[in-house]
Design a protein around this ligand. Structure first.
Ligand code: AMP
Length: 409
């Protein structure tokens, strides 16, 4: 894999696609979570240390092709300077003649930040001529924005076509993501257990189908389990359920059976046995545990129950590779967090005690693992929710292919 460590940036101008899509305070426009900016610093520093200069480009929010002050990357300047430990330059447009004047006159050691790419609709359209203009800012292109690598946008994918294969690479953040996801999906140590949860089976069915090819165990939790319950003739009460996905779910379960018989692959799918149920979708609702396939019509399942926790924990404890996306229940409610919490502990313990390799991804699973302060105890946390799901589905992403393939327009 070609990373920033494979190249020397002396006298080069690195055009880096970073992810500075950070949350801002609504009235002061101050950055309220600096994680993304902090994480981009090592790649920038590597270029500067080599004696190169840096042009940073990113999107911020969803301005939909028009200039809006609230989405200006100018709001991020002081945070970047704080973490980088030096002043940076800023230009209020990403392809104006002033922008090109500024980037072409950068001296080694200097950093220029371009204004929000999404002030141009061409960015999200993946417009070639817009991408070609962006490419003029650098002699080497670095992609360090994994969270948008599943989009064929101008700055994340198309721009790479204007650089020769030895003039483009992954930044540290992106390289780590690609390396860890390839490790678990392409060469997992067995048994490999995938845990998939969250709200909607419609969002995750393609992921489940892709996992059928590589996983030994698939654990299904969260609200999405109720569509499986109904498909198998159970009664999920008033739990979240996608009736129009019942056929799809049956087809998935059928594929599991076919795999088992034809490939003699002992793939196992685990569904919850019981659920912690509520009468209202509220943390304060009264609670009762019901068998997963027999929930009264005025109750809804908001978490997996204790029998399910024990079953899932046993499967996790016997795994050597674990991939987790999506919570087991409404973990945001403290009365319905137990299932997700116990699974998080099981993943952390198996990682520590049995040297399993664990990868957690997707916004809500990351929020969950951090809520229980277990972020440091898993092998890798992926920062890209949608990007990670698409990577599992397709085995790669447009932004990754664009770096690794040799096409120059
Ligand atoms: P996703 O973005 O698809 O991973 O879904 C995450 C969301 O699913 C979280 O906000 C959870 O609160 C929600 N969720 C998980 N289990 C349930 C459930 N049993 N009922 C309703 N929502 C759920």
């Amino acid at each position: 894999m070609i990373t920033v460590d494979s190249l020397n940036f002396k006298n080069e101008r690195a055009l880096i696609r970073v992810d500075f899509n950070v949350p801002l305070d609504k009235s002061t426009f101050q950055v309220t979570d600096e994680t993304r900016i902090k994480s981009a610093i090592p790649t920038i520093q590597k270029v500067l240390k080599d004696g190169g200069s840096v042009v940073l480009m990113s999107h911020l929010g969803r301005p939909k092709g028009t200039k809006e002050k609230k989405y200006s990357l100018a709001h991020t300047i002081s945070t970047i300077e704080k973490h980088l430990g030096q002043k940076i330059k800023f230009v209020d447009d990403c392809i104006s003649s002033e922008a090109f004047d500024q980037s072409s006159s950068l001296k080694s050691g200097e950093v220029l930040l371009l204004e929000n790419l999404r002030f141009y609709a061409e960015e999200e359209k993946g417009d070639k001529s817009f991408a070609e203009k962006l490419a003029r800012h650098g002699t080497i292109y670095i992609n360090d924005a994994f969270g948008t690598a599943h989009r064929s946008h101008a700055s994340t994918t198309i721009v790479a076509s204007f650089f020769a294969k030895n003039k483009k690479c992954f930044g540290y953040l992106m390289a780590k993501e690609v390396e860890n996801l390839r490790k678990i999906l392409n060469h997992p140590e067995k048994p490999f257990t995938a845990i998939v949860g969250g709200a909607k089976v419609s969002d995750k069915i393609k992921v489940l189908e892709a996992l059928l090819k590589v996983a030994d165990n698939i654990i299904i939790g969260g609200a999405m389990a109720f569509t499986f319950v109904k498909a198998q003739g159970g009664n999920p009460g008033k739990s979240l359920c996608e009736d129009d996905y019942i056929e799809t779910v049956l087809n998935f379960l059928n594929q599991v059976e076919i795999k088992k018989s034809k490939e003699i692959k002992n793939i196992r799918v685990f569904l919850p046995i019981d659920a912690v149920c509520a009468t209202e979708f509220a943390d304060t609702s009264n609670k009762c545990i019901y068998p997963i396939n027999n929930i009264p019509s005025d109750w809804m399942g908001l978490d997996i129950g204790p029998k399910s926790i024990n079953l899932f924990k046993d499967v996790i404890a016997s795994s050597k590779s674990i991939l987790w996306n999506g919570p087991m229940g409404v973990f945001e409610f403290s009365n319905f967090e137990e299932g997700t919490k116990q699974i998080a502990y099981a993943v952390a313990e198996t990682t520590k005690n049995y040297h399993a390799f664990s990868v957690i991804g997707g916004g809500d699973s990351v929020a969950a693992i951090n809520k229980f302060h277990l972020g440091e105890q898993v092998s890798f946390i992926s920062t890209g929710g949608g990007a990670m799901l698409e990577f599992i589905e397709n085995g790669s992403l447009p932004g990754i292919d664009a770096i690794e393939r040799d096409i120059v327009l």
